[in-house]
Design a binder for this molecule. Structure first.
Ligand SMILES: [Zn+2]
Length: 343
């Protein structure tokens, strides 16, 4: 099969070439890829470092095929796959590896598995014609869901969905999203709106109002004032801020009493400053979230259909040109998702 490969970390080491089509074990499924999302985690996988100041990525095997957010069609099934998967099924891949037996897995928290990992990092990923995954990672999608939307659910959608659930966001509460036009930002806004929240994005992109955003503001010296005005001085109940160091202080300045601050990434650095007085005086909660659970991904598919969630594609690449897709993840001109298609 054809695949995007690298034998040692570095964007310059990516090549497109032949790789042996995977043999599946008895509990695995071979998926013919259709549409894949490109996320910061794929960039980190290829560069070998988790963020600018982060630790080294533990990648296996080498040569390695990146690609963590995958949709496709079931091609072959191992004989011990205990679920109702059939050849030809349209599926997305839950991207966390999990043992199913640890204390967290038994509580349905596969994203917290003590023996966990990620497809595309600790195994070969989906920037290839075929990918093999454990059967328990296969999630069916409805016939009428297009590949581009489906491929946005396993990381972008699920990360946003879990973050909002963990925040306890309630109807009529004020939700503020930093990075509102990014992969997770678009879903956070739409999910927040579906719960009846007032949704505010920090972004300068006019088109955000098509995605359930009530207000959007630039991240400038007027941000706190603007938010105070549109919330009648109540300020924000839930802040989603995964941009890291550079926007953290601004985010903390917008939180109201009993507010919750959620982070699931540190794109601009991981050292987040916190004023303890602000925390206890206003009874603020800061919470980290990561990915989501299998059940949440299943629930998200249903919610996406019911609420007609949409995604926005900025650039589409073929498998052959997929190295350019990874290079553009942090492009400042970015206006939506970057995807790789194999159809
Ligand atoms: Zn586990």
């Amino acid at each position: 099969m054809k695949a995007l490969l690298f034998s040692q970390p570095g964007l310059q080491n990516l090549t497109f070439g032949d790789y042996q089509t995977p043999d599946i074990h008895e509990d695995e499924v071979l998926v013919e890829t259709k549409c894949m999302g490109v996320n910061p985690i794929d960039y980190y996988t290829v560069t070998g470092l988790h963020g600018t100041d982060g630790p080294k990525m533990k990648i296996f095997p080498y040569p390695h095929i990146p690609g963590t957010e995958i949709s496709g069609e079931v091609k072959r099934i191992g004989f011990k796959t205990k679920s109702n998967i059939s050849e030809g099924d349209r599926v997305i891949i839950y991207n966390r590896l999990f043992d199913g037996t640890c204390v967290y897995c038994r509580s349905g928290l596969q994203n917290m598995c003590v023996n966990g990992g990620m497809i595309g990092i600790q195994t070969n990923g989906g920037f290839s014609e075929y990918v093999k995954v454990p059967y328990q990672n296969i999630i069916k999608i409805p016939d009428d869901m297009d590949w581009e939307l489906a491929s946005a659910l396993p990381i972008a959608g699920l990360t946003a969905y879990n973050a909002i659930i963990q925040s306890g966001l309630k109807p009529k509460e004020n939700l503020l999203i930093f990075g509102g036009s990014g992969n997770t930002g678009l879903f956070s806004a739409q999910i927040g709106k579906s719960l009846g929240s007032i949704t505010i994005s920090v972004s300068s992109k006019e088109w955000l109002s098509d995605y359930g955003v009530d207000h959007f503001f630039k991240n400038d010296q007027y941000l706190v004032e603007n938010i105070s005005r549109v919330t009648n001085t109540k300020m924000i109940d839930v802040v989603i801020n995964s941009l890291g160091e550079k926007t953290w202080k601004q985010g903390m300045a917008t939180v109201g009493k009993m507010g919750r601050v959620i982070t699931f990434g540190v794109l601009t650095g991981g050292k987040l400053e916190i004023d303890g007085r602000l925390l206890y005086n206003n009874q603020i909660t800061i919470k980290g979230t990561t990915g989501g659970t299998v059940q949440e991904l299943i629930d998200l598919i249903e919610l996406t259909r019911k609420e007609s969630f949409r995604t926005r594609i900025w650039k589409k690449f073929s498998l052959e040109d997929s190295n350019h897709a990874i290079e553009m993840v942090f492009d400042k001109k970015r206006e939506g998702r970057i995807i790789i298609t194999n159809y």
